[in-house]
Design a protein around this ligand. Structure first.
Ligand SMILES: Nc1ncnc2c1ncn2[C@@H]1O[C@H](COP(=O)(O)OP(=O)(O)OP(=O)(O)O)[C@@H](O)[C@H]1O
Ligand SMILES: [Mg+2]
Length: 337
């Protein structure tokens, strides 16, 4: 690979903020390996059990790191730095990645780089071209967050809109749970919605001022509607699963799109990016592209493997931090929020 860098930068990154144990290896800005071990155990409980997540990270982290190094063809002695997710996330889960990264950095005598998970979701756009031009707006929609971030530079981001209650991913997962679907339900709603009618059932699009979001009222109205219909016909969900998925998905996306349109109008910015786990949703990807054509935006949609939690996004963020000599002290500790 040709590079202007004075020396090669090879980074091992680990991500352990929630229920995915991930490791990636980056070589001068290029991702050589991106491994994820997802934890199936939480399906049994219909949501993430923090204690079980921490234990599973503890079991998975070394095999995932070894796999990433092997796939990249990189020996640990070649590493320039070790990066980890500092937060936000589940504290017990974060501790596993942080302690692992510290030990490895100490043993190899290389710098330690702490990365903010939400910043990394946005920075995933700098893994593969076309890279967004600054300033751009990023609609970051994930399991724990829903934000519109105005990015003026790599590390200059301003949150100009956010959810006042649940996140979009949570809305997908809770709606799925009400339909009897396993956790995480977002991808299943996406799948069933593809054969459903998005206008079969009408739910109120949340009305929240400015650029903020809210999903709790929608969640309640979906719950009451289902309870009422199941009371009248116990087979209601089975008979209407695709239409229910398509209708709730349509309403969530309508709320998201309305707000990003408003943000673009207010800021005059026409470079619009999508990030976070919910950006894997096929209807949202399509909706933002269509809206982009209508409004003359340049839109940036991440590759699927960089939407949900992954260590490649931690590695690329660390790559830019490395060049700014932005390193962690060895007494650093993760933060939950
Ligand atoms: N195709 C899809 N359609 C809708 N939602 C999806 C899809 N794929 C994933 N999701 C949702 O994305 C969320 C997971 O995203 P992500 O891994 O970024 O969240 P997180 O890391 O738990 O939260 P955060 O990034 O806010 O800390 C889940 O809520 C999941 O249901
Ligand atoms: Mg995430």
């Amino acid at each position: 690979m040709t590079t202007n860098l004075q020396q090669d930068i090879i980074i091992l990154a680990v991500e352990s903020s929630c229920d995915d144990t991930a490791a990636a290896v980056l070589y001068n800005g290029k991702i050589l390996a991106n491994e994820v071990a997802s934890q199936q155990i939480h399906e049994l409980y219909g949501g993430i059990v923090p204690e079980l997540a921490s234990r599973a990270h503890q079991q998975n982290i070394l095999p995932v790191v070894i796999m990433a190094l092997q796939k990249a063809g990189v020996d640990k002695k070649e590493l320039s730095a070790i990066a980890f997710t500092k937060g936000p996330g589940l504290i017990g889960s974060l501790m596993v990645g942080c302690s692992f990264a510290k030990s490895m950095a100490q043993a190899l005598n290389v710098p330690l780089i702490g990365v903010n998970h939400m910043q990394a979701h946005v920075m995933a756009h700098f893994i593969d071209p076309p890279f967004p031009a600054f300033p751009f707006l990023c609609l970051t929609v994930s399991g724990g967050h829903t934000q519109i971030v105005k990015m003026s530079d790599y590390f200059k981001g301003e949150i100009i809109g956010k959810t006042i209650d649940d996140a979009a991913g949570e809305a997908f997962d809770k709606a799925a749970k009400m339909l009897g679907l396993p956790y995480p339900g977002g991808p299943l709603i996406d799948k069933y919605a593809q054969s459903g009618n998005p206008k079969a059932f009408l739910f109120p699009v949340p009305q929240i001022p400015d650029l903020d979001f809210s999903f709790s009222g929608l969640k309640t109205s979906f719950l009451y509607f289902i309870q009422k219909q199941v009371g009248l016909n116990p087979n209601f969900i089975n008979e209407n699963l695709a239409d229910l998925c398509a209708s709730i998905q349509f309403t969530i996306i309508k709320h998201l799109i309305k707000k990003i349109v408003l943000a673009a109008q207010k800021t005059g910015i026409k470079h619009i990016a999508l990030a976070g786990g919910v950006s894997a949703n096929s209807a949202l990807r399509k909706a933002i592209q269509e809206e982009g054509i209508k409004n003359g935006w340049q839109t940036y949609i991440p590759a699927f493997e960089y939407c949900t939690d992954n260590a490649a996004m931690i590695a690329i963020t660390a790559f830019y931090k490395y060049q700014n000599f932005d390193f962690e002290e060895m007494n650093t500790a993760p933060f939950a929020r």
